[in-house]
Design a protein around this ligand. Structure first.
Ligand code: C5P
Length: 238
């Protein structure tokens, strides 16, 4: 299994597809987030799916169960391989997402996409959480709570920062997918300015228990994205 998911954090379809063409065969898939999706819409997802790529649609759905179910069904019809929802939307919402993915895939006789939960945004501190009403709750405790809830709702895994990999693995067991951004150092060193703070190298993240590594700028901003991806792949034996 190739664990590297490249975050296509660019604004236009031509650039996204050129990057995907350059990296194809070296990485395990491409993450399309709200930036590219809002700029270019589902056409860019279809273009990659048609090329046989695995697409992680990172739109972090968070709404009432019926609406999220509809969005996940639509993502499934687009042919995405992985999609995510906010775990804080609750167990019923996550279960509806899971069921919608299964039903839509069954109707198409297609594989069911992995449905992944987002726990606590890494940009949120204890003070930020308190301001949302969770006073006295440590972010790590909230991550664990939401990861357990995602597991019990039947989700396939969660997004976890490098600091949270081990605690999620302990809480949710070996079969639960852990998708980890914040990969830096080792083969994933960035040239330019960087806002990631709590980071792990590719090898350390895999050793800690990550199943998939989301890597953006260390590949996108490298002089040769292909060489950068190859270095990371070699480091983790992907
Ligand atoms: O460029 P970089 O490697 O930091 O890209 C990481 C990707 O993962 C970005 O798309 C970013 O939005 C996303 N992400 C993150 N931290 C999280 C969740 C998602 O960096 N906690």
């Amino acid at each position: 299994m190739n664990r590297i998911l490249v975050a296509l954090d660019v604004d236009d379809r031509a650039r996204a597809l050129a990057l995907a063409d350059e990296l194809r065969g070296l990485v395990g898939g491409y993450k399309i987030g709200s930036r590219l999706f809002t700029a270019e819409g589902p056409a860019v997802v279809r273009a990659l799916v048609e090329r046989g790529d695995r697409v992680f649609l990172d739109l972090k759905f968070h709404d009432i169960p019926n609406t999220v179910a509809g969005a996940v069904a639509a993502a499934t019809r687009l042919g995405v391989w992985m999609v995510n929802v906010h775990a804080s939307g609750g167990e019923a919402m996550m279960a509806a997402a899971r069921e919608a993915a299964r039903e839509a895939a069954a109707r198409l006789s297609a594989p069911t996409p992995l449905v992944i939960g987002v726990t606590v945004l890494t940009s949120l501190t204890a003070e930020g959480l308190a301001a949302t009403g969770l006073a006295g709750v440590e972010p790590a405790a909230q991550v664990e709570r939401l990861a357990r809830l995602a597991l019990s709702a039947g989700l396939d895994g969660v997004v976890a920062s490098p600091q949270e990999i081990a605690l999620v693995r302990r809480a949710c067991g070996p079969g639960f997918a852990i998708v980890t951004p914040g990969i830096r150092g080792g083969g994933a060193t960035t040239a330019g300015p960087d806002d990631q703070r709590r980071t792990l190298s590719p090898a350390a993240a895999v050793a800690a228990g990550a199943d998939y590594l989301v890597v953006g700028r260390p590949i996108l901003a490298a002089p040769s994205p292909r060489d950068a991806a190859a270095r990371i792949a070699a480091e983790i034996g992907s």
